[in-house]
Write a protein that binds this ligand. Structure first.
Ligand SMILES: [Zn+2]
Length: 422
């Protein structure tokens, strides 16, 4: 038995090594979207974990011994990039947020998250920026490690860890103050922010996520949580480690402070207007609108979309998205997925189009725009020679109909095929 398993191991090792050094793919599709433009009659060659050649079929000839991948009436795109996920959360209409945060153990939530990660990858999202575990500690750091080590399938991750809130400003809320209630993020203020930022970095945060406002205004409206100086301090400590600060900010004042303090992306931005969009553009800040979060949560609360009149918060979100478009600010793609099911990430792009973005721009948002916004443009987000072999093939033409991105036929990440539907 021992001998048998040893031989098996050696065989596997030899097979694994030869597979790694020799595996070549020759991929063709009716159209290749390279992250910025559409090309007809193109081919892509993958060797190992890299794209080694891209271009017209006449120039990019099929190498001998390559595995041929082709689907009829199809489009090949770069692996998609989800800009705002919460892999440790799942839809609130199944289990509300408070219950997930307060009653579910980190281990249970992580077990669920492994499935969420797989569903994300199978939907064609080969990279995801995860914006906080919401009470599950650094489970995202462990999830990322398990994916990188090939233990579980999932997207390439950039993770926030616990994220930071100001004292008094975050949920779960409404419990007897005699009880110590754990929060969905780590509270810190003033000079203590220096220690907490460094602690989060030390525990594996790839970037620092700040909740720059909270619905704690006198009338429950969104109001800033941190002062401009606090945000500047967070940014300074974060930047000195080579990382960036990203800010959840809905109110105008919090957006403004976050931008002036040096945030790289603004998440949600529900009350963004043309003037703020221009300020963001000036400071090279990318806007991640999460339009689907508002749309879906409002439906969970009883709004029958298409039947009932459009509620004020949805109408506001639509208008602010239009204002952002008009301002010329760079708009990336990130849906706050977790609020709705992982693997349904394309919903955000469908709603971006529904709210007024050109289909082609929505496609760019989830590829080249997100890649540049997250400093990944030399790795992913494009079908380009030398980049990682993260490739997706879908039926139809998503540059004309964004929902065609749901018709995933083939998913490759780092040159490994995860989905191949004949
Ligand atoms: Zn979020």
């Amino acid at each position: 038995m021992k001998r048998f398993s040893l031989i098996c191991c050696i065989q596997l090792l030899i097979f694994g090594l030869s597979a790694q050094s020799q595996t070549k793919y020759y991929l063709t599709a009716d159209r290749v979207f390279d992250g910025e433009n559409i090309h007809e009659g193109w081919a892509v060659i993958v060797e190992g974990d890299k794209i080694i050649s891209v271009g017209p079929k006449e120039k990019v000839k099929e190498p001998t011994g390559a595995t041929r991948i082709n689907f009829s009436n199809s489009t090949l795109t770069p692996g998609l990039i989800e800009g705002h996920s919460h892999l440790l959360l799942y839809p609130y209409n199944i289990t509300d947020w408070d219950t997930q945060v307060l009653k579910e153990t980190d281990s249970y939530r992580t077990a669920r998250a492994t499935v969420h990660a797989k569903n994300t990858l199978m939907a064609g999202f080969t990279t995801a920026r995860d914006l906080g575990t919401e009470g599950a500690g650094y489970s995202d750091v462990a999830l990322k490690r398990a994916i990188n080590e090939g233990i579980i399938p999932g997207p390439r991750l950039m993770v926030a860890g616990r994220a930071i809130v100001s004292t008094g400003s975050y949920g779960p809320k409404g419990y007897d103050h005699d009880q110590e209630i754990m929060l969905g993020a780590e509270p810190a203020d003033g000079n203590d922010l220096v220690r907490v930022v460094r602690d989060q970095i030390g525990k594996g945060a790839d970037f620092i996520k700040i909740y720059a406002d909270y619905r704690w205004g006198i009338n429950g409206e969104d109001q800033p949580s941190f002062t401009l100086d606090e945000l500047k301090l967070i940014n300074e400590v974060t930047r000195s480690s080579g990382r960036v600060m990203v800010c959840h900010a809905k109110s105008k004042e919090a957006i403004k402070r976050a931008v002036l303090a040096g945030a790289e992306t603004i998440e949600h931005g529900d009350f963004i207007d043309v003037e703020l969009g221009k300020l963001m553009k000036e400071h090279n800040v990318t806007y991640i609108p999460t339009v689907s979060a508002v749309d879906v949560i409002t439906q969970y609360r009883g709004w029958k979309k298409g039947v009932d009149p459009v509620p004020a918060n949805v109408a506001n979100k639509k208008q602010s998205f239009k204002d952002a478009l008009a301002s010329g600010v760079t708009i990336g793609m990130g849906g706050d997925v977790g609020v709705y099911p992982h693997g349904e990430n394309v919903l955000e792009m469908e709603l971006m189009v529904e709210y007024g973005m050109k289909t082609f721009d929505a496609l760019k948002a989830a590829t080249s725009v997100n890649a540049r916004a997250f400093h990944l443009e030399n790795q992913v987000g494009f079908v380009k020679e030398g980049l990682k072999a993260d490739l997706v093939i879908v039926s139809g033409d998503p540059s004309k109909n964004i929902s065609d991105l749901r018709k995933v036929k083939f998913v490759m990440k780092d040159g490994v095929v995860y989905r191949n539907e004949k």
